[in-house]
Design a protein around this ligand. Structure first.
Ligand code: AMP
Length: 115
């Protein structure tokens, strides 16, 4: 991981977090400011700042991101009742951390549309 971000520091353990899953490509940990009873961030260890920065070489990684997220929802016990995946992008998308991450949000009935 060449570029340092808040999330690379969490992945290496330099910043503490409640990790719920980790493999060679991804790390998942509890969001510090949860929007629902279950709110986990699934982060590729490769630093892609925004989803729009993903390149053709990231095709497999992005596919694995969603399949890994499906496994994490099962592990968290929210798969059956349903949940939401969110990727915020840029200013209008309210992205705060410039390191691609998938929000996994569940544990209660969620409102729609988002505000
Ligand atoms: P986004 O707005 O999509 O960039 O989401 C960034 C998320 O990171 C927010 O939901 C924050 O609550 C979360 N966050 C920020 N700092 C931490 C931290 N130290 N540990 C866990 N989650 C964090």
């Amino acid at each position: 991981m060449a570029e340092e971000t808040l999330f690379t520091k969490i992945i290496t353990g330099a910043i503490p977090s409640e990790k719920v899953y980790e493999d060679d490509l991804f790390c998942a940990f509890k969001d510090i400011n949860p929007a629902a009873p279950c709110h986990v961030l699934l982060v590729p260890k490769k630093v892609i700042p925004k989803i729009t920065d993903a390149a053709p070489e990231d095709t497999e990684l992005l596919g694995k991101l969603l399949l890994t997220a499906n496994n994490v929802t099962k592990q968290l016990g929210i798969a059956e009742d349903g949940f939401r995946y969110v990727i915020n992008c840029g200013e209008n998308g309210c992205q705060e951390v410039m390191h691609l991450h998938l929000h996994i949000i569940g544990g209660r009935k969620l409102g729609w549309p988002p505000g």
